[in-house]
Design a protein around this ligand. Sequence first.
Ligand SMILES: *Cc1c(COP(=O)(O)O)cnc(C)c1O
Length: 387
Amino acid sequence: MSLHTAHLRAHSDVSRLDTFIALSDFDRPTLVVDLDRVEAQFRALSAGLGRAQIHYAVKANPADEVIDRLVALGSHFDAASRGEIALCLDRGAKPREISFGNTIKRASDIAWAWDRGITLFAADAEEELEKIAEHAPGARVYIRLIVEVSEADWPLTRKFGCDKDTALRLLDYARDLHLDPVGFSFHVGSQTRRAEMWAPALDALAEIWTAAQDAGHGLTVLNIGGGFPAFYGEEIEAPEAYARAVMDLVTARFGDVPHIMAEPGRGMVAEAGTIVAETMLVSRKSDRDIHRWVYIDIGRFSGLAETEGEAIRYQFETARDGDQMGPCILAGPSCDSADVLYEKRPIMLPMTLRAGDRVLIRNTGAYTSTYSSVGFNGFPPLDVICI
Ligand SMILES: *Cc1c(COP(=O)(O)O)cnc(C)c1O
């Protein structure tokens, strides 16, 4: 698919959002989420993923209405905490549809989840297995592996998972603890733009899978995690084609695995959301300053944390985009000097932009409301409206 069609696709469904936004006033930064677009993403990902079961990664966007829509569509859920499990149960998900996928769990939360019927847990260390064995005796566990090579724009590889030898030892240890070790999980890295980037991780996993079977473990669950991309200006495949290509890579290596789980977060909700922000100030630091500074009312501490390292490059739109465009350094409103969104690669905004102008930030439905801190520096956290 060409960049052009990717761009068209990303903007083809915005009219419902844009109509709502145009007719509304907002007195603080607001994320508007189109639930129909979430549904379309779910259907496309499901179609491409085939027999894999979707466990939506709740942290990407935990709005009640998003969870409600996904429950209605038959999604399952990957939860990372007691709070996320409680949310899914409250919104009507069944306990057996929820996996406790964080490898770092409080013992009392394991007991709480087990008590409510959650039976599937992730682990990547001995001590975690011991906690699970004590507080969820006999539970199903999968071992999370480190992905060594990742070309993802937002890699998650360092904090979670264990290497091959540790993983094989943990399977044995889980069995010794009378748990039910059912398989492996990994995360290829968030915003993995092309499906073929999954191949090295799947190759490594296939080797470990075979070694585990040779060691006598009858594995049944392969959890391929998240990584499904959203459109941020660089070419990506449409969700159905992307998911199908990933499943082709999986099937070529793991044809007969009974249960495959996939945990899209970003790919499910990012393109369903637009943030409505406001320009607070346009200025230059000196007469010779070639860059304008544009300050908007949302920053790194109120929802746009993924601008860290300028890794995720959001798309900005204003009503003046027909005017001459020029580069600017874009910054948030707070009094923290780290609250600069894009500086190394400046953002193009209209030269006529001025304080009070509305700025739309596209495809921001994922990892914005969850990263919005509770009013850092007195600036209100990101409001969320689902339509
Ligand atoms: C965050 C997370 C996901 C979702 O990742 P995306 O890249 O947003 O799809 C999936 N699985 C686990 C375990 C996660 O922590």
